[in-house]
Design a protein around this ligand. Structure first.
Ligand code: PLP
Length: 266
């Protein structure tokens, strides 16, 4: 007879333990398929994560489906030049300033492990920026105040980072989880004042949801040699399962990143 605890049988308990384990050592949610099973996952609406429900369109999906056997049965190029060119045309940037990653998360790992010693991070934030550092203590946390609705004041933040002699800082625009949006003018003004920083990471993964015209720094990125833009494609293209993202930057630190990126493709 199966052991019973409460109304859970032993195998069910093991499964529950296994699922709990998916939450350990990461603040990132497990996949719905892991939690609910592949078939059930299709019936669940995930309110915890914002993605574009209108993309990919049925035509795009049909195209992908048609080409899927060929795609999974062939190796992709390990040289990203063509992909970079296509994406650069869509984004209107120089292809040499782009690095494509397996999701922004891969790019965050690369940035954190190759470019950063100590970095200012406003919290609450998207956890990977702290968790994927070589050492969590390399993040200096700028605590956003609940009584100010967790809003970030860019001038105060910059002053705080300077007083701590930090040379790198992160801004997520629009903020995750706060949703706070800075206009393009506010961001440009901030970058003008932050020219003494070695690295300013601006994560624009949700920027395409932030208004029309989209207040992205893409069009002015070339003016700021310390700026590094991170853009996940999971959200506005509605394809978190494809793991696509890009990083835009004038190529100062690119050699170190490109070589680690090439390694991760091997
Ligand atoms: C601000 C921010 N940046 C990056 C990511 C990661 O995106 P990706 O799915 O491309 O790894 C997330 C995921 O939620 C996010 O909220």
């Amino acid at each position: 007879m199966e052991q019973v605890q409460g109304n859970l049988t032993a195998p069910a308990l093991i499964e529950t333990e296994q699922r709990k384990h998916l939450f350990y050592e990461t603040s990132h949610s497990p996949s719905l398929a892991d939690l609910a099973g592949y078939e059930n996952a299709k019936k669940i609406i995930d309110f915890c994560f914002i993605t574009n429900p209108y993309y990919p369109t049925p035509e795009m999906l049909a195209d992908l489906q048609e080409n899927f056997p060929n795609l999974i049965k062939s190796y992709p190029s390990s040289n990203p030049a063509m992909g970079q060119q296509h994406l650069a045309t869509v984004l209107g940037v120089n292809p040499d300033h782009l690095i494509i990653g397996n999701g922004a998360t891969e790019l965050i790992v690369l940035i954190n492990t190759t470019l950063i010693d100590r970095i200012a991070v406003p919290v609450p934030t998207f956890g990977e920026y702290v968790e994927k550092l070589k050492d969590h203590r390399d993040a200096e946390l700028f605590n956003l105040r609940p009584d100010r609705e967790y809003s970030l004041d860019l001038t105060t933040y910059l002053g705080w980072a300077r007083r701590r002699r930090l040379k790198a800082l992160l801004v997520i625009n629009p903020g995750n989880p706060t949703g706070q949006v800075f206009s393009l003018d506010e961001m440009v003004d901030f970058l003008e004042h932050a020219k003494d920083m070695e690295l300013v990471i601006v994560d624009e993964s949700f920027i395409d949801f932030a208004g029309d015209p989209i207040p992205s720094l893409l069009s002015v990125a070339d003016k700021f040699s310390n700026l590094l833009l991170v853009r996940s494609m999971s959200k506005h293209c509605g394809v978190p399962g494809l793991r696509l993202a890009a990083r835009v930057r004038t190529p100062i630190f690119d050699r170190s990143i490109r070589s680690s990126n090439a390694m991760s493709r091997c």
